[in-house]
Design a protein around this ligand. Sequence first.
Ligand SMILES: [Zn+2]
Length: 291
Amino acid sequence: MLRPIRQDERSAWENELSDSRFVIHEAMTKLKNSHYVYDAIIGNVHVKYALEFNNIPSRVLMKLLRATKRVSQLSKHFSIIPLSYVIVPCAEKRRWPSNEQHVTSANINGGFTYKTGDIVYIFREEEYPKVMLHEAIHHTHLDPVPSNLVGVETLFRDTFNIATNMRFLPAEGVVEAFAVYYQCKFIADETNIPFDAIWSRELTYMREQSAAIISSSKTKPWFETTNAFAYIVVKWLCCMNMDEFVTYINKQTYQPLLPFFKHAIDTMPVSMPTDRLQYPSSMRLTIFGDL
Ligand SMILES: [Zn+2]
């Protein structure tokens, strides 16, 4: 259903989007220019997609319905509470910062949620179907709790040159690993393209992106004010060993993840790609996250 945005919705979204330190400032401009909303409701997932005009192109609608259907399937599978999504789809792409600058949420983040609530906010059009899965996964047992991750932060800090004053949340990388995994699973199911054909492309891309971060940390400690190291390097280590990692999926709780990460780091390829990144300026996290 396409309808005008209600004033109470607009005020509530403005409050959230102006409050969070993860949101790009373009989100407020996009919201100001948006006068309509499309309600996509599938299963117990309700998505409100902001639009500037009283029109939703068929391609935009199909993408939205497809992404909503995936979250509703995931929701059923993992018994997630009914989630409401608000999508304010800014056109700004994810970009690496220039060499002298560190990565911030403006370079990479696309959405946020509160584990204690039932609303997800997404403010970037790029990769939003995968971001929808990432945020839903925060509401499942796949998002590890601190007791699952005892020793993991120290292991990464001992292995990689991470700035000591940088906040580092390995759990974000675990959530992102599952997000890209399910994104590829859904695409493979929907298209009948073999999962491995899609997955191997993602693995190559995440390896290149990890190499870029690891090589940059060789000259100076890696510092950022978001979770790029987790989203990229931790995710890669999970995905590289996904067969082993998915054995955790059907359990209600994790085993401690420290042995998994020790093994993943020990078996990490010694020679990392040193070529230029395939998409040198883009900081998007996936190849297929827009489908
Ligand atoms: Zn997250």
